[in-house]
Design a protein around this ligand. Structure first.
Ligand code: FAD
Ligand code: PHB
Length: 392
């Protein structure tokens, strides 16, 4: 049976944070687009991931006139860097005073869906399968897919791959076009969503038993991260082991066991695939790059790509000016590498300073000296704060 045939300007593969944010911007700018998402809406709404929108992202949503509707929640003021149980509270105020927000990715995605789909009738198609991208350089592009209604073909000017690290978009680029640059840190994080809010400040902790963090997930819940072995699975961490380890690493015997909703193991790695474009196909977010979560940059890099690419697509579609689109990859890559550097610095510092088995006594002491410099020097603190907020 022949597929049904439709036409749009921009086809977006993947309805995570980058696909939905890009579609919202294109919709606001009057550029027709369709989002094709493999999962059902309920699944996308429930998915837990990152937790901080930095100042740059806040300003982008302000430019769109949607910051209050999409973000909200308490503004992050400080992080408690807890070294062997002793607190060092670092103010996170950027010099220009613009704050980031502890807004969970889940909340942002839900608000984007409400704004794009429910309030503005944007076209997001959930539960699609068998996505195939045709981008052979002759004429326009085409995306084939199936859903419960059958097979479909979407003709378009441009395709944007927002389908994460395991999607189909990057794989649609011919072999030899992309270069992959990657680094494995050699350990993972166990991420556990628990039914207790952060009491006081969010914590990033160094201990002899390894890294620990507690970050807010709304007013009722928080997410703990515990450094673990790459080979660990969630089954290796029954609740009692999890809580015993949290108490030891946080240096706080009074932390009570509460309900644990979800556990997953996240390997820490850095990856960049470049160039982030081929003919009429462009990659954004995790489809093009991964950062270890330590620096809280994954979602923020995805939003940065969307900001640059969205404006370039609008100029190409509305004015026929493709210069920014042609330069997309070389425009975004310098910031991506700055964030890679910051994320690697933060990851190595927080892990090397902890478990001495990790990288040996010498690295442990130099990492601790780096942290001490951060706590003691106003200049280093300011630089760190600027970076955390993405303004450096
Ligand atoms: P994603 O959010 O992965 O969205 C991709 C979308 O594409 C998904 O909706 C997926 O269902 C869809 N898709 C995939 N394949 C197809 C297909 N073939 N067809 C159609 N649709 C498809 N960052 C932090 O800063 N802190 C964290 O704690 C943190 N935790 C993380 C935990 C996990 C398990 C992961 C994977 C990432 C985490 N990150 C974290 C990173 C951050 O969440 C990502 O950088 C961010 O989600 C990137 O957004 P994205 O839209 O590019 O990709
Ligand atoms: C998170 O909320 O997932 C998060 C926040 C800050 C970090 C790392 C992760 O530095």
């Amino acid at each position: 049976m022949n597929p049904s045939r439709e036409d749009t300007r921009v086809a977006i593969v993947g309805g995570g944070v980058s696909g939905l944010a890009l579609a919202t911007f294109l919709h606001l700018s009057g550029v027709a687009c369709v989002v094709l998402e493999r999962r059902e809406r309920a699944y996308v709404e429930m998915r837990q991931r990152a937790g901080v929108v930095e100042a740059r992202g806040v300003r982008m949503f302000e430019r769109w006139g949607l910051a209050e509707r999409l973000l909200g929640g308490p503004v992050a003021q400080s992080i408690d860097y807890r070294i062997d149980g002793a607190s060092h509270i670092l103010e996170m105020a950027a010099e220009d005073g613009s704050p980031g927000r502890f807004c969970t990715q889940q909340m942002l995605v839900n608000n984007l869906l409400r704004e794009l789909v429910d309030a503005r009738a944007g076209d997001v198609r959930f539960g699609v399968a068998d996505v195939v991208i045709r981008n052979d350089g002759e004429g326009r592009a085409q995306v084939l897919y199936t859903d419960a209604g059958g097979a479909h073909a979407l003709d378009c000017d441009y395709v944007v791959g927002c389908d994460g690290n395991r999607g189909v978009s990057r794989a649609a680029i011919p072999h030899g076009v992309l270069a992959k640059t990657s680094h494995e840190f050699g350990y993972a994080w166990l991420a556990a969503l628990v039914e207790a809010p952060v009491a006081g400040h969010p914590v990033m902790g160094v201990s002899d038993r390894g890294f620990v963090a507690q970050l807010p997930r709304g007013l009722q819940r928080s997410r703990y991260y515990l450094q673990c072995a790459l080979s660990d699975t969630a089954q290796d961490w029954p609740d009692q082991r999890l809580w015993d380890e949290i108490r030891l690493r946080m240096g706080d015997a009074a932390i009570a066991n509460v309900v644990v909703h979800d556990k997953e193991v996240i390997p820490l790695r850095s990856v960049v695939h470049a160039p982030m474009q081929h003919r009429r196909l462009f990659l954004a977010g995790d489809a093009a790059h991964l950062v270890p979560p330590t620096g809280a940059k994954g979602m923020n890099l995805a939003l940065y790509d969307v900001d640059v690419l969205g404006q370039a697509l609008v100029a190409a579609v509305r004015e026929g000016d493709t210069r920014a689109l042609d330069a997309y990859s070389e425009t975004v890559l310098p910031r991506i590498w700055r964030y890679q550097e910051f994320s690697a610095w933060m990851t190595e510092t927080m892990h090397d300073a902890g478990d001495p088995a990790q990288r040996g006594a010498f690295r442990r002491m130099t990492a601790r000296a780096r942290l001490a410099a951060l706590f003691d020097s106003p200049a280093a603190r300011r630089l760190h704060g600027e970076f955390q907020r993405g303004t450096a």
